[in-house]
Write a protein that binds this ligand. Structure first.
Ligand SMILES: NC(=O)c1ccc[n+]([C@@H]2O[C@H](COP(=O)([O-])OP(=O)(O)OC[C@H]3O[C@@H](n4cnc5c(N)ncnc54)[C@H](O)[C@@H]3O)[C@@H](O)[C@H]2O)c1
Length: 384
């Protein structure tokens, strides 16, 4: 299969590696020669590291590298069966590139976008054949993260969806099919991990270190929410939340936190700026959490039930299947357990009463229980 990748930045270069490893002939295109050179050099480094670790041999390294060519013209992608765009997140620029691309490729070439926040329908609308357009959303780093969300737009044909799912599965990725709605699955369902943790901090219930300790120790999450926000970057993470909030017509469930906005404004971006919720300067010590079991449980239960509510509501609104929602969170963001599986384990009645407890306390719409959880509780049902 001939695959054209547009944009050789963080995501494009990772996706090229995945496709080339799977045996596709890849053309990686960028307008910026420096970005192309960087992508080539980065791949060399990654593959050498894989040899060191004994994961591949030199023959495999050469095979992968020879499957990728680096091109400076969009026209070079004309023989592609599938193209995946991973350029700057700007609808007007993407639309321009897509309509030019469509003039070069064959009628049956699939034109996909790796966009995180734009609607696939709006991108598809720039094409003469919108039915060939689809969202194929990888996670960073693409070669390591198992999940790929596949998002058909309302214009997308059934064949394009089927071929995309099959191709990405052949690339040894776990596919979750999602409706073309803001944040797709992961970036929607994960919001309370950050948002509720920030709210707990803002209420003065606990500090960053204690909230992180609670979710790691009691929840089994690999990183606490504040460690993770520092890792992602407070600017990037804040923008995702704000974009989702706006796209959902200001549903209070996704409301961003002033704390994070101020951290971003102050330049306390996290690891990349040397300071975020924690100090990353050399010799800096991490503050100790208050290891109070009851407090930790209170924090963990509150964040978990908000995550479960979000996952249940995504199922309620047919954003994806229960299996895909659980896979998305375990394979896309390494959650220790699928949220719907977790709901079954905790008990649907536990979820409903915890949410009602929060709602009764605050009378805020963000704590409204998903109608699906309420119905399941009434009917004594479980997700799996
Ligand atoms: N970074 C992430 O974690 C992540 C995760 C999932 C999806 N995405 C999405 O992937 C896309 C790319 O993100 P990224 O982080 O790889 O960006 P990036 O800035 O690392 O790379 C973008 C590349 O596109 C090139 N480019 C810009 N305009 C171009 C044009 N008109 N034609 C060809 N090349 C052009 C740039 O030179 C750059 O090399 C975005 O849509 C983003 O929303 C990003």
């Amino acid at each position: 299969m001939n695959v054209g990748i547009i944009g050789s930045g963080t995501m494009g270069s990772g996706i090229a590696q995945v496709a080339a490893t799977a045996g596709c002939q890849v053309k990686l295109y960028d307008t910026n020669q420096v970005a192309l050179d960087k992508a080539k050099a980065a791949l060399e480094k990654i593959l050498l590291r894989l040899i060191e670790k004994g994961r591949i041999d030199t023959v495999e390294k050469e095979r992968i590298q020879s499957n990728i060519s680096y091109v400076g013209s969009l026209k070079a992608l004309s023989d592609s069966n599938l193209t995946i765009e991973a350029i700057i997140e700007n609808l007007e620029i993407k639309k321009k590139v897509f309509s030019e691309l469509e003039s070069y490729v064959a009628n049956d070439c699939i034109i996909a976008s790796n966009t995180s926040s734009l609607s696939i329908a709006s991108i598809a609308a720039s094409l003469e054949k919108p039915e060939r357009c689809i969202g194929i959303h990888f996670f960073n780093p693409a070669p390591l993260m198992k999940l790929v969300e596949v998002i058909p737009a309302i214009q997308t044909s059934k064949e394009v969806l089927e071929t995309s799912v099959q191709t990405i599965s052949e690339w040894k990725k776990v596919v979750a099919v999602a409706k073309d709605t803001p944040g797709f699955i992961v970036n929607r369902v994960a919001r309370p991990f950050y948002g509720e943790s920030l709210r707990i901090y803002e209420e003065g219930i606990a500090d960053f270190a204690t909230i992180d300790w609670s979710l790691k120790t009691l929840g089994g999450f690999r990183m606490g929410p504040f460690e993770l926000m520092d890792f992602i970057g407070n600017d990037v993470n804040y923008t995702v939340t704000e974009t989702v909030f706006t796209a959902f017509y200001f549903d209070p469930r996704y409301k961003p936190a002033f704390t994070q906005k101020r951290f971003a404004e102050a330049g306390y971006l996290g690891r990349k700026s040397g300071k975020g919720y924690y100090d990353y300067a050399e010799g800096a010590t991490k503050p100790n959490p208050i290891e109070d079991k009851a407090l930790g449980q209170h924090i963990f239960d509150r964040v978990l039930v908000m995550l479960i509510n979000e996952a249940a509501d995504a199922l309620f609104l047919n954003i994806a299947s229960a299996e895909d929602i659980d896979n998305a969170m375990t394979k896309g963001v390494n959650y220790p357990k699928g949220l719907l599986t977790w709901a079954d384990e905790k008990g649907i009645d536990w979820c409903v009463s915890k949410l009602d407890e929060l709602y009764n306390e605050y009378h805020e719409d963000r704590y409204r229980c998903s109608p699906l959880l309420r119905k399941m509780n009434r009917e004594n049902k479980t997700f799996f």
